[in-house]
Design a protein around this ligand. Structure first.
Ligand code: 6PG
Length: 231
């Protein structure tokens, strides 16, 4: 449960480094690495940095998605499309890499059931973002997903368009072997404090994971949670 507070300029490089270290660690004791990716804008430059590396063992990686908007694939709001275009801008898919897409274009309940079947027992590396209202994945404040402890994937309703979504649930988040929550910008500072201190927003589900925040996103944390953490 590390708290990394980084200079905004360093954020993407530090997140890239964390991800690469965890992939290496997982593959020291396993043939495959189950990596689940976050949607939204924050991680895209990190994915673009990963795309420039030639040392990521993609052939040993299974890619999953933490949530999806119920919009057609290959539209700008579709997480799968924006994430894959960032990771593999030339459209090539490395040999041996397996990609499991949440089919947001299908009937939500059925799509959730189908996706649940392809999930491994535990995700090795889970990446998450946080919304300014404290949501994570597509678990929004007041969502039924907050209390879900059986289903691992379910439909959800967002508080901002696209409203219909699919999301992983708390058991998947809490079962991840390595979890990184990436948060940038002062607009998220209140959500960060509510997640890590007040525990009264959905992102609190991820509070036992590693959090990488820039200085602005961490500015509302109590001083004792900010001291000496700058990297
Ligand atoms: C999504 C994400 C969502 C995202 C947060 C933060 O589908 O939008 O899963 O949980 O991580 O909304 O988004 P930004 O990184 O764009 O601020």
């Amino acid at each position: 449960m590390e708290r990394f507070i980084v200079d905004p300029i360093e954020f993407n490089a530090q997140a890239e480094r964390w991800i690469c270290n965890k992939i290496r660690l997982v593959l020291e004791s396993s043939q495959r690495c189950h990596l689940m990716l976050a949607g939204g804008a924050t991680p895209l430059p990190v994915y673009q940095r990963l795309a420039l590396r030639n040392d990521i063992p993609w052939s040993q990686i299974n890619l999953y998605f933490g949530d999806e908007r119920c919009v057609p694939v290959n539209t700008p709001e579709n997480n799968y499309s924006t994430v894959m275009n960032s990771l593999f801008p030339d459209g090539d898919r490395p040999e041996g890499m397996h990609v499991y897409r949440m089919c947001g274009e299908e009937e939500p309940d059925k799509a959730a059931e189908v996706y649940e079947l392809v999930l491994p027992e535990r995700i090795d590396i889970l990446l998450l973002g946080v919304g300014d209202d404290g949501h994570t994945a597509s678990i929004f404040p007041g969502s039924a997903a907050l209390d879900e402890d059986k289903r691992r994937v379910m439909p959800s309703i967002a508080t901002k368009p696209p409203l219909q979504r699919l999301t992983i649930t708390p058991p998947v988040i809490q079962g991840a072997r390595h979890l990184l929550v990436m948060v940038q910008g002062g607009g998220k500072a209140d959500a960060v404090r509510r997640a890590l201190v007040d525990h009264n927003v959905p992102a609190a589900i991820a509070r036992d994971g590693d959090w990488m925040m820039d200085i602005q996103a961490a500015r509302s944390l109590p001083e004792d949670q900010r001291l000496g953490l700058l990297i």
